[in-house]
Design a protein around this ligand. Structure first.
Ligand code: ADP
Ligand code: MG
Length: 500
């Protein structure tokens, strides 16, 4: 059964573990990258979440590491949850080989990590906490043979570029560097050129099997958005559902209002202490609570079994985030459903998603009569969630706030009692984002991407808005995707080839 894995060059003890796990055949990215990894090449691998990247780079780490020879493998990852998950996943493949695999990230006791580091052969770390250990001289990178940058695009998006570079510079020059990422941006190309030796680039196509994953959207008035979510959570037959919001404030808003109407839901976002985040993930993994309301950062890359429904309560600002969200369901041959709840505030973001993934079939679904739910809990004007004060916490906070926070969503859900004064924060929010994001003055590799930014940058000119509305309307009418007919469409397609 594991013959195809054997052909990739994977060693017998690892094959044994793969067999135990019941994997039938390698995924596309495993098939393409494992032989290169085992040959010792530097590899840039592009593949979306859920495509089995951990095993792909894990084979290299296992191959290059020996017990009791110091820390030989280092994986950098953007979030704490991912560090945890990779650690769990990697341990599955090495149970026969006595390698100590540990994770180090902020928000957890540093002393315990210092003890564990003494005997660790493979370390999975978030950049902030790793730098902390480096400055305390409690970690030694001189024996590192394999350096992995996992979810590299996310790591750079989150502003960890400098930190990552500092860390790379402290690793021995003679090493194997593996970079796994969902998208290849100019920053990634720069990192690759600067720090990798003749890297080989491989990629797996984004593939959405529409017989397994159905995608729909509702177009609804702003003041019925939450009511529709409630209605769907009650009527759709789901096992586990994830509800994505763009801000911490909206996560709190949704989860508190769900609880108020006795729908059991858990919140997760970067405003919580790490202990709380771990505890929440544990409960959700155990299937005891059916709904997780989350921001992108907290949920990025997480592999949770039995997620049958993904709700986009907010449509993500970055189109690629849509891919990461929907990758949480329809995993390992199971079926899944993606439900986008859009209001006029989501039009810009949604048309951006449609433009990027013009081959996706996202069907408009008509709403039946929706009973309005009285909102019991209002969003605070300013997020006042708990903040940790120690160890890499600023970085942790930055996770959510940088790209997803912002004033733009302040009045996201109108009070039922308000006199219907509609306030539009869209333009302001997007301007803010544009000026605060650090794409820097580097030329982007793909000019198409520049176009993408200027289109979504929400300078809010009427003509742009008009275009987006017309695009959406055309879709509504035809019930299927409208190909991008703008003159720059070809460039967009070219860019899309670089998306995995
Ligand atoms: P990624 O890092 O690309 O998001 P993961 O490495 O977390 O993906 O893998 C996602 C899930 O798929 C995990 O539960 C993993 O055990 C499983 N998996 C990995 N490779 C295979 C395979 N070849 N066949 C079946 N399941 C696999
Ligand atoms: Mg992963």
């Amino acid at each position: 059964m594991v013959e195809k894995f054997r052909q990739l060059g994977i060693s017998e003890p690892t094959l044994k573990e793969i067999k135990k796990l019941g994997f039938k055949e390698p995924s596309e990215i495993q098939e393409k990258s494992i032989p290169l990894v085992l040959e010792g090449k530097d590899v840039i691998a592009g593949a979306s979440t859920g495509s089995g990247k951990t095993l792909a780079f894990g084979t290299g780490l296992i191959h290059n590491s020996k017990p009791d020879c110091g820390m030989q493998g280092l994986i950098l990852t953007p979030t704490r949850e991912l560090a945890e998950q990779i650690t769990r996943e990697l341990k599955k493949f090495v149970s026969n080989k006595k390698l100590n695999i540990i994770s180090i990230y902020g928000g957890m006791s540093i002393n315990r990590q210092i003890n564990e580091l003494e005997s660790a052969e493979i370390v999975i770390a978030t950049p902030g906490r790793l730098l902390d250990h480096l400055s305390r001289k409690t970690i030694d990178l001189q024996y590192v043979k394999t350096l992995v940058l996992d979810e590299a695009d996310r790591m750079l998006d989150m502003g960890f570029k400098e930190d990552v570079e500092k860390i790379i510079n402290q690793c021995p020059e003679k090493r194997q560097t593996l970079l796994y990422s969902a998208t290849i941006s100019s920053d990634i190309v720069m990192i690759a050129e600067k720090y990798m030796i003749n890297p080989v680039e491989v990629s797996a196509e984004i593939y959405v099997d529409s017989s397994k994953l159905s995608q729909i959207y509702y177009n609804i008035n702003d003041d019925l958005k939450f009511s529709l979510l409630k209605h769907l959570l009650e009527t759709e037959k789901s096992e586990l559902a994830m509800v994505f919001c763009n801000t911490r404030r909206n996560v709190d808003f949704v989860v508190n209002n769900l609880k108020a109407i006795r729908i059991n839901a858990l919140p997760i976002h970067g405003g919580f202490s790490q202990k709380k985040r771990n505890k929440i993930m544990k409960i959700f993994h155990s299937n005891r609570v059916p709904v997780l309301v989350c921001t992108d950062v907290a949920a990025r890359g997480l592999d949770i079994k039995n997620v049958t429904h993904i709700y986009n309560y907010d449509i993500p600002k970055e189109a690629k985030e849509y891919i990461h969200r929907i990758g949480r369901t329809a995993r390992a041959g199971e079926k899944g459903k993606v439900i986008n709840i859009i209001t006029s505030r989501d039009y810009d973001n949604f048309s951006n998603v449609l433009k990027h993934y013009s081959d996706f079939k996202i069907k408009l679904e008509e709403t039946s009569y929706i009973k309005r739910v009285e909102l019991k809990w209002m969003a605070h004007s300013r997020y006042d969630g708990r903040r940790n004060s120690r160890f890499g916490n600023n970085r942790g906070r930055r996770d959510d706030q940088r790209s997803y926070g912002g004033r733009g969503n302040r009045s996201y859900e109108r009070k039922p009692s308000s006199k219907g004064k509609s306030r539009n924060y869209g333009g302001r929010e997007d301007r803010r984002k544009d000026s605060s994001r650090s794409y820097g003055n580097r030329q982007l590799v793909s000019r198409g991407r520049e176009r993408e930014r200027s289109f979504s940058s929400g300078q809010s000119s009427e003509s742009k808005r008009g275009y987006e509305r017309r695009e959406l309307k055309r879709r509504n009418n035809s019930g299927r995707n409208v190909k991008n007919r703008r003159s720059g469409g070809r460039r967009d397609n070219q860019r899309d080839k670089r998306r995995y």
